[in-house]
Design a protein around this ligand. Structure first.
Ligand SMILES: Cc1cc2nc3c(=O)[nH]c(=O)nc-3n(C[C@H](O)[C@H](O)[C@H](O)COP(=O)(O)O)c2cc1C
Length: 183
C-alpha cells in the first residue's frame, strides 16, 4: 500500500488551506493510500538560523525529515503571503532541507493553495514548487490553485466548482500513478 502524508502551511483556526488539505487527504484514502495527517502546530521550530544548527536543531526537523523520507506521497496545502510562500511552510521546508535523510528524494509531491483572491494563490504555489524542485523533489504537473476562498467549499469541505473538482481528481491520479510503494 502506498503511504502518504498531508500538511498545511497555515495553522490559523478556520484555515481554508486546512479544508483543502483535509479534502485531498480523504481523496487519497479513497484512492487506496494509507494517509497520515500532519499538523505543523505539533512540530514547533524556531525561525531557521545557521547559528542554531550545531546545537539547537529542533527535534521536529529530524522527525519531519524522517516522515518525508518514508512517505510515497506528500500533499501540501499552503497559502500565498505577499505572492510568496507562507513563513510557516518556508521555515518548515528550510529546516527539513538541512537534515540528511533523503527527505525530498522518495515521495511525489502534490501542491495546493487556497487564497482569498480569485487567482487561487498560483504565484505562491510556483514559489513553493521552485523551492521543492531546488531540493530535488518531484512535483506533479497539476497544481491546485483555489480561490476566492470564501466561496470555494461546501459544508462538507468539498470544492464547489466543477473545474476544481476535476483538478483534484487529476492531482490524486497523478500522485497515485507517479509514486513508488505498492499498488
Ligand atoms: C500577510 C498576508 C499576505 C497575504 N498575501 C496574499 C497574496 O499575496 N495573495 C493572495 O491571494 N492572498 C493573500 N493573502 C490572503 C490569504 O490568501 C488569506 O488570508 C487566506 O485565507 C490564508 O490562508 P488560510 O485561510 O489557509 O489561513 C494574504 C494574507 C496575509 C495574512
Amino acid at each position: 500500500m502506498k503511504t502518504a502524508i498531508t500538511l498545511c502551511g497555515s495553522i490559523r483556526k478556520g484555515s481554508y488551506n486546512e479544508i483543502l488539505r483535509a479534502h485531498v487527504s480523504g481523496r487519497l484514502r479513497a484512492a487506496g493510500a494509507a494517509v497520515e495527517d500532519i499538523d505543523l502546530g505539533d512540530y514547533p521550530m524556531p525561525i531557521f538560523n545557521e547559528d542554531l544548527e550545531a546545537d539547537h536543531t529542533p527535534e521536529a526537523a529530524g522527525i519531519l525529515a524522517g516522515k518525508f523520507a518514508a512517505a510515497d506521497i506528500i500533499f501540501i496545502a499552503s497559502p500565498e503571503y505577499n505572492s510568496g510562500v507562507s513563513p510557516l511552510m518556508l521555515n518548515t521546508i528550510t529546516w527539513i532541507s538541512r537534515q540528511k535523510q533523503g527527505q525530498f528524494r522518495h515521495a511525489v509531491f502534490g501542491l495546493g493553495a487556497v487564497s482569498s483572491g480569485k487567482y487561487g494563490a498560483i504565484v505562491g504555489i510556483y514559489h513553493l514548487r521552485d523551492a521543492l524542485l531546488k531540493v530535488g523533489a518531484l512535483v506533479t504537473p497539476t497544481l491546485l490553485g483555489v480561490g476566492p476562498a470564501s466561496d470555494a467549499f461546501d459544508a462538507e469541505g468539498a470544492p464547489r466548482e466543477a473545474g476544481i473538482q476535476r483538478k483534484v481528481d487529476a492531482q490524486v491520479r497523478e500522485l497515485m500513478a507517479f509514486s513508488r510503494g505498492g499498488a
